[in-house]
Design a protein around this ligand. Structure first.
Ligand code: 3HC
Length: 294
C-alpha cells in the first residue's frame, strides 16, 4: 500500500524520534500529543536534532527546513484522519491505548494501517479494540529511534498480508533492518534483553561485582556499547519494571521477574536518566554509580 501521510501518536521519547525519521524519509507527518506543553517539548527535540545534524554537516539547512516543514503537530485526533499509517507511541498502558484506538478508529480513513510501538503488550489485545484487526500490526522501534537500526514488524493472528507488507516497506524506507516477529510478549529483542538486564541486577545483589565493574566488564568483554546498568538507566527503570512485570505475567518464569532492588528503586522514584538518578546519579558532570543500599 502506498503511504503518503504518517500519523504518530505521542511525541515523547519514542514518538518524536519516529516522527522525525518518517519526515526525513520524505513523508508528511502529523504528530499528536495530549497538551501543548508535551507537544512543544517533542517538536523542540526534533528541531534540536535537526540543528545538530546541520551543525555536524550531516544535513543541509534547506533539507532540515524541509523535514521540519513536513511535520505538523496537533492536539486533535481529527488531523490524523487522512493518514495512511498511524503509529502509536503513547504511555505503555493498555487501558490508555485501548481508549485511544477506540476513538481514533472512527476517525482514520478506511484502509489505513494502524500500528503500535508497544514493547511488551500483546498486539492482538489492541487490534481487537478496533474494527480493523486485519489492518493492525506492531512496529517496535528501539531507543533512540533516530540511531538504532532495527525495527521489529509484528504480525498478529489477524494481520493480513498487505498490512504486514506495508510495515516492512515502511521500515525499509526508513533505512531500518526489519525483522518479522510473532505476537509473543517481548518479541525477539526484549525477550532476550530484559532477562539479561534483570540478571545484571541479580548479579549485583549477589555481590558478583559493583555497578561500575559489571558495566565495564560487559562493555569490554562482550563489546556492548553500554553496560547493563547504564542501559537500564537509559531505558528507564520504571519502563524496564513494567516490561518485566508484563512478561512475568505472561510466561511465569523467574528470568522475567523484577528483582527486589528494581522494585524498590522504582518505588523511590529513581527511574534512571530521566529522573536524574537510577543506578547512577546524573547531577554532576559525569554519572556517578550510587549504591542503592538495599
Ligand atoms: N537521539 C538522536 N540521536 C542520538 C541520540 C538521541 N537520543 N543519542 C545519540 N544520538 C546520536 C548522536 O547525535 C551521535 O550522532 P553523530 O555522531 O552523528 O553526532 C550518535 O548517535 C552517537 O552518539 P554519541 O556519540 O553521543 O554516543 P554513543 O556513541 O555512546 O552512542 C548510543 C549513543 C547510540 C545511545 C549508544 O550508546 C548505544 O547504542 N547504546 C545502546 C542503546 C540500546 O541498546 N538501545 C535499545 C534499548 S532497548 C529498547 O529500546 C527497547 C524498548 O522496548 C525498551
Amino acid at each position: 500500500m502506498e503511504i503518503s501521510k504518517v500519523g504518530v501518536l505521542g511525541a515523547g521519547l519514542m514518538g518524536h524520534g519516529i516522527a522525525q525519521i518518517a519526515a526525513q524519509a520524505g513523508w508528511d507527518v502529523v504528530v499528536r500529543e495530549v497538551d501543548q506543553e508535551h507537544l512543544d517539548r517533542g517538536i523542540g527535540r526534533i528541531e534540536k536534532q535537526l540543528a545538530r545534524a546541520v551543525e555536524k554537516g550531516r544535513m543541509e539547512q534547506d533539507d532540515a527546513d524541509a523535514v521540519r516543514g513536513r511535520i505538523q503537530g496537533t492536539l486533535d485526533y481529527g488531523d490524523l484522519g487522512d493518514s495512511d499509517l498511524v503509529v502509536e507511541a503513547i504511555t505503555e498502558d493498555l487501558g490508555m491505548k485501548l481508549d485511544m484506538w477506540r476513538e481514533l478508529d472512527g476517525i482514520v480513513k478506511d484502509g489505513a494501517v494502524l500500528a503500535t510501538n508497544t514493547s511488551s503488550l500483546s498486539v492482538i489485545d489492541q487490534a481487537v479494540a478496533t474494527k480493523r484487526p486485519n489492518r493492525f500490526i506492531g512496529l517496535h522501534f528501539f531507543n533512540p529511534p533516530q540511531v538504532m537500526p532495527l525495527l521489529e514488524v509484528v504480525q498478529t493472528v489477524t494481520t493480513d498480508e498487505e498490512s504486514l507488507k506495508t510495515g516492512f516497506e515502511f521500515g525499509e524506507k526508513l533505512g531500518k533492518l526489519t525483522v518479522h516477529a510473532k505476537d509473543k510478549t517481548g518479541f525477539i529483542v526484549n525477550r532476550l534483553l530484559v532477562p539479561y538486564l534483570l540478571d545484571a541486577i541479580r548479579a549485583y545483589e549477589e555481590g558478583v561485582g559493583s555497578i561500575e565493574q559489571i558495566d565495564a566488564a560487559m562493555k569490554a568483554g562482550a563489546n556492548h556499547p553500554m553496560g547493563p546498568f547504564t542501559l537500564l538507566d537509559f531505558v528507564g527503570l520504571d519502563t524496564t519494571k513494567s516490561i518485566a512485570d508484563i512478561m512475568f505475567d505472561e510466561y511465569r518464569e523467574r528470568r522475567f521477574a523484577a528483582p527486589p532492588t528494581l522494585r524498590k528503586m522504582v518505588s523511590a522514584g529513581f527511574y534512571g536518566r530521566k529522573s536524574g538518578r537510577g543506578f547512577y546519579d546524573y547531577s554532576g558532570e559525569q554519572p556517578q554509580a550510587v549504591d542503592p543500599g538495599l
